[in-house]
Design a protein around this ligand. Structure first.
Ligand SMILES: Nc1ncnc2c1ncn2[C@@H]1O[C@H](COP(=O)(O)OP(=O)(O)OP(=O)(O)O)[C@@H](O)[C@H]1O
Ligand SMILES: [Mg+2]
Length: 353
């Protein structure tokens, strides 16, 4: 898809979405409510006409093609089952449409319902099922005919945590086994991380970053991405020097310096440096580090979560969050904090995230 745009009544809700998805890839749009995920998916599906931009498959422009002709499978936020048909009949329907032989239909419907834990509901009508069960039937009805490209919009939204985990595993294994291309929408981070080869982080109708889960975590390109995925500490400061491989060092407003990995930045530039709680290290004062005082230390099993107030931190700024597996210091203890250059990202101060 290239340059996809859509406005409603003068408000732009999708603002130039460009991406290329490889066959067999599992790609997820992740973003908060109203960021334009569903609208983008609807334009791919052909249910919403873009104001501009193109959608193509294998180099063929399908922007104007109607949804029925795209051979995509859809599972939407609102599942639409046929109310007068049983579960089995609902799931068999797309196979009948495609003229699959009866015995084959029986086998595939049986297998699919079994996998989704729905065999015992096979003869019920949709209204005799819970919302989550209906959602699973809707999922089966698409997966049963194995369309090469499947679009899913929060298909597990109505399920409780346990079923959701089960269905995630199921979706992922079917996708792998059949080599399906899946374009998925969710606002659940964990779900996106579990399922996806690549994730497009959406904000205000734009893609902030389209990358692998690891890439998003370790090399966030914007402060928004660093903050949105997992936890990040933000420290303001000024770039002292730039070298070939980074803005090094950044002199923090609280005093002390941090080295940051390669980024576009200029000497004297005001920046925010982002570091994940697990990447901050407590070191002896002999190393270059930032001093502070432990406020809280909470043991959570395999590690301890600390909050540390840096000396010189402006009133009202949140304390640093640090996770450590080593023997933790106690509240009130003095510590010195640093991070490896590879684990420090910097963003211009105006990138408010
Ligand atoms: N048919 C429409 N008419 C007017 N505004 C619309 C229409 N469809 C969507 N919008 C607006 O476009 C914006 C993006 O909506 P969209 O449904 O794409 O968000 P989303 O990312 O899927 O959110 P959610 O996570 O809540 O499902 C929202 O502000 C929404 O109110
Ligand atoms: Mg939506």
């Amino acid at each position: 898809m290239a340059g996809l745009r859509k406005s409603y009544g003068g408000t732009t809700v999708v603002d130039g979405v460009d991406m290329e998805i490889a066959a067999g890839e599992f790609v997820t749009f992740l973003g908060s409510s109203g960021s334009g995920k569903t609208t983008t998916l609807m334009m791919l599906a052909g249910f919403t006409e873009p104001d501009s931009g193109t959608v193509s498959v294998d180099g063929r422009d399908i922007t104007g093609l109607n949804p029925g002709k795209r051979d995509f499978g859809f599972v939407f936020q609102q599942y639409l089952l046929f109310p007068h048909m049983t579960v089995t009949e609902n799931v068999a329907f797309p196979l009948q449409l495609r003229g699959v032989p009866k015995a084959e239909i029986r086998r595939r419907v049986g297998e699919t319902l079994e996998a989704a834990g729905l065999s015992k509901f096979a003869d019920r009508k949709p209204r005799e099922l819970s919302g989550g069960q209906q959602q699973r039937v809707a999922l089966c009805r698409v997966l049963v005919y194995r369309p090469p490209i499947v679009l899913m919009d929060e298909p597990l939204g109505a399920l409780d945590k346990k079923l959701r985990d089960q269905m995630q595993t199921e979706i992922k294994s079917i996708q792998r086994e059949l080599g399906l291309t899946v374009i998925y929408v969710t606002h659940d981070q964990e779900e996106a991380l579990v399922l996806s080869d690549r994730i497009a982080i959406m904000k205000d109708g734009r893609i902030e970053q389209f990358d692998t889960p690891r890439g998003l975590f370790e090399r966030p390109r914007t402060a928004f991405v660093a903050d949105f995925l997992g936890a990040a500490n933000f420290l303001t400061g000024k770039v002292e020097e730039t070298t070939e491989d980074g803005c090094t060092p950044v002199r923090l407003d609280t005093g002390g310096v941090l080295k940051a990995r390669a980024h576009a930045c200029a000497p004297g530039q005001r920046v925010r440096a982002a570091v994940r709680p697990g990447k901050l290290r407590l070191v002896g004062a002999e190393e270059s580090c930032c001093t502070g005082t432990v406020e809280t230390a909470v043991y959570v099993g395999s590690l301890t979560r600390l909050t540390v107030r840096l000396d010189g931190a402006a009133p009202g700024t949140p304390p640093l969050r640090i996770e450590t597996a080593a023997t933790p210091p106690r509240p009130g203890e003095r510590v010195c904090v640093t991070a490896d250059r590879e684990d420090v990202s910097v963003f211009d101060e105006t990138d408010g995230g």
